[in-house]
Design a protein around this ligand. Sequence first.
Ligand code: SAM
Length: 278
Amino acid sequence: MKGRLVLVATPIGNLQDLSPRAVEALGSAAAIACEDTRRTGRLLSHAGVAAPRLLVVNEHTEWTARQQVVDLLDGGAIVCLVTDAGTPGISDPGEALVAAALAAGHEVSTVPGPVAAIAALVVSGLPTARFVMEGFLPRRGPERKARLAGVAAEREHTIVLYEAPHRLARTLGDLAAVLEPARRIVLARELTKLHEEIWRGSLAEALELVAGSEPRGEFVIVIDRAPPEQPTAPEEVIDRVRALLADGLSTRDAVDRVSGETGIARNSVYELALRLDH
Ligand code: SAM
């Protein structure tokens, strides 16, 4: 039999944002797959929905838990998927379960609603027509460097990032290593909650803002795309790399920074930097 998996968006802070259609879907599901049964239980009791069967499907859940959901779908059931906040599948579990449901021949639909990234983007004041959702940056290593370099090179799209409060200062610092200080940035904090705050300024000002104080609450970082490419003479690139090396940066960091500032590909900057050795 054909079942249906329904991805139901839930509030990102304000319970009033749970839509009537979400309440209806949750109330009529045979089971609800969620990240945390206590949290979802509270949401259901707020919505006046008698708790149906709750299944935990989170990023650590093994294949067997996904299989439980597929078994229910195989029996023709409607199963809802919710996460702790916002839209399932957006920096949250969802993707694997959707793939499993589709692979087993079931229908997948959604009750759309809040997404922190979209809420932040639309109030940012930055261009909204074309944007790129980067989610959480990798925490460390070459993957983080590569993604930061990608952010620096982005000329076409406004960039949206998620970040935990205790990592915000470090991420802004890492962004400052590859982006020009004047780049426009927006910090959307505690969206839809009592202490909602939308801060807009330059990257340099954002660094000052978070210096010395542990930011609190949930944050979305929205970053303007890089300014239009100005043709930069090779001599200028070499001078800029030389100045950064003299400031104590490693060749790699200097190349990343100049690539971010000029929009010239890392490889090309690196080739120019090699001329310094001769
Ligand atoms: N699925 C969710 C969505 O649709 O937005 C995102 C879940 S992700 C695990 C959590 C991150 O989303 C937080 O670290 C923060 O970056 C962002 N976020 C969630 N709620 C937020 C809020 N009310 N205000 C600002 N950022 C929020």
